[in-house]
Design a protein around this ligand. Structure first.
Ligand code: ADP
Ligand code: MG
Length: 699
C-alpha cells in the first residue's frame, strides 16, 4: 500500500497557489502533503477560554477577550499614524491598535456587535494595548473557538506574503480533512497495540487540531514515539550489521603485563568507577565483537590510567596499541607520564608528533611496522599514510571531540581487521544525547573522582572589581601558584577578541611587572604557541593569558586559579572544561567568572550553576536543557545528522530509553529481518533515508 501523501504536491490543495507553493518549498521545505502534515505547530492556545479585562496581567503571552467596540480614533500622523478601537467587556477597557495604513481593517467593525479579540497585552501610555489583534465576530454556533488553536512558525517572507500562522492553519485544515484519513500507518499493529498508540491519521489530526489537552498529549506521544523509535531502530540495525560484518580481535586473556603493572607499579588504588570501566572494556575486547566504546569521565577522573591498562591487555594478547591526542602538548604530556612506567616494565614506547623528524621519525615507522614498538603515543601524525603497524589491536583516542568520524575511520584502515577503539572525553554528554548522537557507541562512565581532591571554589565577579582581582592573583602567586586568565574567542569578531586579549595582557603586565607572563592564542605559529605553553608548564611563567586554546587536557598541577574574562560569552560545558584546568594539585583552587553587570536571565542561570556545581554531568544536563541539543559541544563536530521535529532530547529522555529497548527487542527477534509483521519497519526506514540525511553515517 502506498501513501498518497508522499507523492502528492501541496499545490493539489486549492488554497495553495503556485506562489504559495513556492514559499512553502523555499521557506520551510514543505513540498508534499506529507511534508505539510508533518509541519507541526510550535504552540497551542486554548481559544475556548476568555479572559476578563480586569484580570489581564502583562505576563500573559496572549489573551482572548469577548466584548464590544466603544468607539474609534486615529492618532498621530504619517508614519506614526495609528488606528485605535476602544474595546470593553464590561470589566474594563483596552485599546486595540493598528499601525500603518490599516484603516480599512477597522472600518468594517461595528459598535453594536459582539467580537472576540485575541492578542498579546502590552502597556502604552498607561493603558493596556493589543496591537494588531485578531478580531472575529462572536457567533455562539461557530465552533472555531472550541478547543486548541495551533500556531505555526513562519518566516518574514511568508508573513509579508500573507502566509501567516492563520493562513497556514487554514491550509492545514484542508490537508487534514482530505488526507489524514488516507495516511498509511507507519508502525506495525503489534507496536501500536502494545504501546497504546494513537493511529497515525488520528495523531496527525490531533497534533494540528486537538479537541482537548488529553488528545493533544496522546498525539504528541505517538509522534514522538515514532520519531525517536525510527532513529534508534536505524542506529541499532546499523550496529548489528556492523557487528556481523566485522569481527573484532579477541583479547582472550588478561596476562602478565596487566598483572605485573597492577601488582607492582600501580601507584594508587583504582577507584571503583575505574575498576568497573576496565571490566567493561575487558568484556568487550574478549567478546569477538569489535569494541567501539566512548569513555566519559570528568576532568581529573583518571581516564589515562584506564587507557593504559587497556593497552596492557592488547599487548598481553600480542597486539600493539596507540594513544592519540589532539595536540602536541597533550601527546607530550601523556608520553611523559606514561613512558617512565613503561620503561620500567620493558615495554617499548615511542612518541610521534609533527616535530619529530628525519632519522628519528623513520626509525619509529620501522619499529611500528616490525612490531618492535608496542605502544605509540602521538597526534594526528599517527593518521598519516606512511604510518603502518605490525598488528594494531587497540586505538585510544583522547579528548574525542577534537577528532571527527573520518579520523576514526582512518585508524581502522591501519589494521587487517578494525582495531578496538576507545574514545575518551571529558566533555560529558548526557546519556540521552550520547545514545542518539553516538548511536552504537557503547558508553562507559567514570563517575567518581580519585579520593582527596579538593573541590574548586567558583566565584562570580563583576568586571569593574579589577583591584580585588589583582590582589587575589598576587596572593596566589606569592604562595607559589600559577594563574590562567582566559579570554573568549569567537570567530566572527576575531580581531576584536584578539584586541581584548592583547589589552588584557598589557594590563596584567603593567599590574605585575615582576612576574613572567606568557600569552597563547590560536593565531600564533604553533612553534611560538608551544614555546609559550612550555613557559607555563615548566613554571617559569606565573601567569598565562590565553584564549580557549588551553581548553583541552593541559595538566599543570601547580596552577590553582582560573580566571575567565567575559564569562557570559562561554557555554556551560566550555566553562566547566576550562575550570578543569585547575584543581589538579593538592592546593585549594579557584575559578573566577568575570562578567559585566548586564546579564541575560539564562546567562545568570549558567553562572549560578557553575558556582553551585562541580559535577560535569549535572552541568552537561543543564546545558542541554538551556541550549538545546543543536548547540551542544561535542555534537557539532560529530554533526547531529538529523533534526527532530517533535521529540526533545533534553526532556524526552525516558521515552528515548524506552523506544530504544523496543527497537533492540525487534532487532534481536528478527535479526535477518524477514518477519512479515516487521516489513513495514524496514520499508519505513528506507523511506526515511530517501528523505533525510543518512543517520547511520555517524558512529
Ligand atoms: P583525566 O580523566 O582528566 O584524563 P587523568 O588520567 O589525567 O585524568 O588523571 C588525573 C590525575 O589523577 C593524574 O595525576 C592521575 O595520576 C591521578 N589518578 C588517576 N587515577 C587515580 C586514582 N585511582 N587514585 C589517585 N589518583 C589517581
Ligand atoms: Mg586526560
Amino acid at each position: 500500500m502506498s501513501d498518497v501523501t508522499f507523492t502528492t504536491d501541496i499545490s493539489a490543495l486549492y488554497s495553495v497557489s503556485s506562489k504559495r507553493a513556492a514559499l512553502f518549498n523555499k521557506e520551510i521545505s514543505v513540498f508534499t502533503i506529507h511534508d505539510l502534515l508533518y509541519y507541526f505547530p510550535y504552540r497551542y492556545v486554548n481559544r475556548s477560554q476568555m479572559t476578563q479585562i480586569r484580570d489581564i496581567n502583562l505576563a500573559m503571552p496572549y489573551v482572548q477577550l469577548k466584548g464590544q467596540m466603544l468607539g474609534f480614533d486615529t492618532i498621530g500622523e504619517g508614519r506614526n499614524e495609528r488606528f485605535v478601537a476602544h474595546f470593553s467587556d464590561g470589566t474594563g477597557v483596552v485599546d486595540l491598535v493598528w499601525f500603518g495604513g490599516l484603516k480599512y481593517v477597522i472600518s468594517k467593525y461595528k459598535i453594536n456587535k459582539i467580537y472576540v479579540v485575541f492578542g498579546k497585552p502590552t502597556v502604552f501610555n498607561g493603558r493596556i494595548n493589543l496591537s494588531h489583534p485578531e478580531v472575529d465576530e462572536f457567533n455562539p454556533e461557530n465552533n472555531t473557538f472550541v478547543g486548541l488553536q495551533p500556531f505555526y512558525n513562519t518566516s518574514g517572507k511568508m508573513k509579508r506574503s500573507f502566509l501567516n500562522t492563520r493562513s497556514i492553519e487554514k491550509v492545514m485544515a484542508m490537508a487534514v480533512k482530505f488526507y489524514a484519513g488516507l495516511m498509511v500507518e507507519t508502525l506495525p499493529p503489534y507496536l501500536i497495540e502494545r504501546n497504546h498508540l494513537m493511529p497515525i491519521g488520528e495523531a496527525i489530526r490531533n497534533i494540528h487540531f486537538p479537541s482537548n489537552d488529553a488528545m493533544l498529549r496522546r498525539a504528541q506521544y505517538r509522534l514522538k514515539f515514532e520519531e525517536l523509535f525510527y532513529i534508534q531502530l536505524d542506529i541499532l540495525r546499523y550496529a548489528s550489521e556492523r557487528h556481523r560484518k566485522y569481527k573484532g580481535y579477541v583479547f582472550s586473556k588478561v596476562g602478565d603485563l596487566f598483572n605485573k603493572f597492577y601488582f607492582n607499579y600501580l601507584p594508587f588504588q583504582l577507584t571503583t568507577a575505574q575498576k568497573r570501566v576496565i571490566k567493561e572494556i575487558r568484556a568487550d575486547v574478549g567478546s569477538g565483537r569489535q569494541m567501539n566504546r566512548l569513555l566519559q569521565g570528568d576532568v581529573g577522573s583518571g581516564k589515562t590510567m584506564v587507557a593504559l591498562m587497556s593497552m596492557f591487555i592488547a599487548l598481553d594478547n600480542g597486539y600493539q596499541a596507540c594513544l592519540m591526542a589532539p595536540t602536541e602538548i597533550l601527546a607530550n604530556q601523556h608520553y611523559e607520564t606514561i613512558a617512565p612506567i613503561l620503561e620500567n616494565m620493558d615495554i617499548k614506547t615511542e612518541l610521534l608528533t609533527g616535530s619529530i623528524k628525519g632519522k628519528r621519525r623513520e626509525k619509529i615507522y620501522e619499529g611500528l611496522k616490525s612490531g618492535d614498538i608496542s605502544i605509540i603515543i602521538g597526534t594526528h601524525a599517527l593518521l598519516e599514510d606512511t604510518v603502518a603497524f605490525h598488528s594494531l589491536g587497540l586505538v585510544v583516542i583522547d579528548e574525542q571531540h577534537r577528532f571527527g568520524v573520518v579520523q576514526r575511520a582512518k585508524m581502522w584502515s591501519k589494521s587487517q581487521q578494525p582495531p578496538h577503539i576507545l574514545v575518551m572525553t571529558a566533555t560529558p554528554i548526557p546519556r540521552t544525547l550520547a545514545m542518539t548522537v553516538y548511536g552504537d557507541l557503547d558508553v562507559s562512565v567514570i563517575d567518581e573522582l580519585p579520593p582527596g581532591r579538593k573541590p574548586i571554589e567558583t566565584i562570580h565577579q563583576y568586571d569593574d572589581r579589577v583591584q580585588e582581582l589583582h590582589q587575589f592573583i598576587r596572593r596566589e602567586v606569592e604562595q607559589g601558584r600559577q594563574v590562567y586568565i582566559v579570554y573568549p574567542l569567537i570567530q566572527e569578531s576575531e580581531k576584536m577578541d584578539l584586541k581584548n586579549l592583547e589589552e588584557g595582557y598589557e594590563q596584567i603586565r603593567a599590574a605585575f611587572p615582576l612576574y613572567n607572563i606568557c600569552k597563547v592564542h590560536g593565531k600564533m605559529k604553533s612553534a611560538d604557541k608551544e614555546e609559550q605553553m612550555q613557559l607555563f608548564v615548566s613554571g617559569k611563567a606565573q601567569i598565562m593569558v590565553a584564549t580557549t586554546v588551553i581548553e583541552v587536557g593541559v595538566n599543570v598541577p601547580n596552577a590553582s586559579v582560573m580566571i575567565i574574562e567575559n564569562a557570559e560569552r562561554f557555554g556551560l560545558s566550555q566553562l566547566h572544561q576550562l575550570r578543569g584546568r585547575v584543581g589538579r594539585g593538592s592546593d585549594k583552587s579557584y575559578c573566577v567568572l568575570v562578567t559585566s553587570y548586564q546579564l541575560a536571565a539564562d546567562t545568570r542561570q549558567r553562572i549560578k550553576i557553575m558556582c553551585e556545581s562541580n559535577d560535569g554531568f549535572k552541568i552537561a544536563e543543564a546545558d542541554l536543557k538551556l541550549r538545546g541539543p543543536g548547540d551542544m559541544e561535542g555534537t557539532q563536530q560529530s554533526g547531529m545528522p538529523f533534526e527532530l521535529k517533535i521529540a526533545n532530547i533534553a526532556t524526552d529522555g525516558q521515552l528515548l530509553q524506552f523506544v530504544r529497548s523496543e527497537a533492540q527487542r525487534i532487532i534481536e527477534q528478527d535479526p535477518a529481518r524477514n518477519l512479515p509483521e516487521n516489513m513495514i519497519l524496514w520499508q519505513q526506514l528506507d523511506q526515511l533515508h530517501s528523505q533525510n540525511v543518512n543517520w547511520s553515517s555517524v558512529s
